[in-house]
Design a protein around this ligand. Structure first.
Ligand SMILES: [Zn+2]
Length: 223
C-alpha cells in the first residue's frame, strides 16, 4: 500500500494485499480489508464516498459520505470524507489544493479520458477559482505501456498522443495520456507511480485475470 501525507491530507493507493471491492468474490474478506485500512490510517470512523463507475466524464460534488450515483470522479471541500475510486488497471488520479482544502479523485480509463474527464475537472477548478498550477496530482498504479495493447481505432480517439509499436503491437500508456491531459489544463505538480498492475502480481488486473477484485485510490482531508 502506498500512503502519502501532505499535512492533513492523505492519499492512499492499495494493492493486492487487500481486496476492497464490495462486489468482490469474497465480500466478507473485503469488509475485513476495509477494517484493516481504517486502522492503518488511524481513521477508525472513516466514512467514504463512492460511485457506480461507468467510464464516463461525470464528476460529482460530495456533501456527505455514501453512494453518490453513477460517475467516475468525486470532489469536495469537506474534511473527514474519504473519496474513493475502485480500479484494476485504470488510473486512480488524486488531486489536492491544500490552501483551499479541495480534494478530488478520478477513475481514468481510456474512455473517461477520451470523454474529457480532465477538462471537466478543469471546469470545476475554474468554477471555484482554483489555480491548477497550485494543485498537486498523484497518479496511482495502472496498467503500463509494457502490457496495454490497444486497437488502431484508439489512434483516432487520441490524435495528439504518440503511440508506440512494440513487436508489431500498438501499445498505449494511460499514465502518459493522463499526464499530457493534466499538463494541458495547467497542472504542473504531478507525481506518478510507475508500477504496472498487469505485470506485477502485487496488483489486481482486470485485463490479466478478469477479476472482480479491486484496489482503491483514496484521498481525504483529516479535519
Ligand atoms: Zn506491464
Amino acid at each position: 500500500m502506498l500512503k502519502l501525507r501532505l499535512d492533513e491530507f492523505y492519499v492512499v493507493f492499495t494493492d493486492a494485499s487487500s481486496d476492497l471491492s464490495w462486489k468482490s468474490t469474497n465480500t466478507e474478506k473485503a469488509f475485513e480489508s476495509w477494517k484493516k485500512l481504517r486502522k492503518s490510517l488511524e481513521l477508525e470512523k472513516l466514512k467514504v464516498a463512492y460511485l457506480a463507475q461507468i467510464h464516463s466524464n461525470i464528476i460529482r460534488k460530495v456533501e456527505r459520505a455514501g453512494f453518490q450515483g453513477p460517475g467516475d470522479g468525486l470532489y469536495t471541500f469537506k474534511p473527514n470524507i474519504g473519496l474513493v475510486v475502485f480500479t484494476a488497471d485504470c488510473i486512480p488520479l488524486a488531486l489536492v489544493h491544500k490552501k483551499r482544502g479541495f480534494i478530488s479523485i478520478l477513475h481514468c480509463g481510456w474512455r473517461p479520458l477520451a470523454k474529457g474527464i480532465i477538462e471537466r475537472l478543469n471546469d470545476i477548478l475554474k468554477e471555484h477559482s482554483i489555480s491548477p498550477e497550485e494543485c498537486q496530482a498523484f497518479l496511482g498504479p495502472c496498467i503500463g505501456e509494457c502490457c496495454y495493447t490497444v486497437g488502431e481505432d484508439l489512434k483516432l480517439v487520441f490524435p495528439e498522443y504518440a503511440f508506440i509499436t512494440d513487436s508489431g503491437k500498438l501499445k498505449m500508456s494511460l499514465q502518459r495520456i493522463t499526464i499530457q491531459e493534466l499538463t494541458k489544463i495547467g497542472v504542473r505538480k504531478i507525481e506518478a507511480f510507475d508500477m504496472c498492475t498487469y505485470c506485477s502480481d502485487n496488483f489486481f488486473s482486470y485485463r490479466r485475470d478478469r477479476t472482480k477484485k479491486r484496489q482503491i485510490g483514496l484521498i481525504i482531508k483529516k479535519g
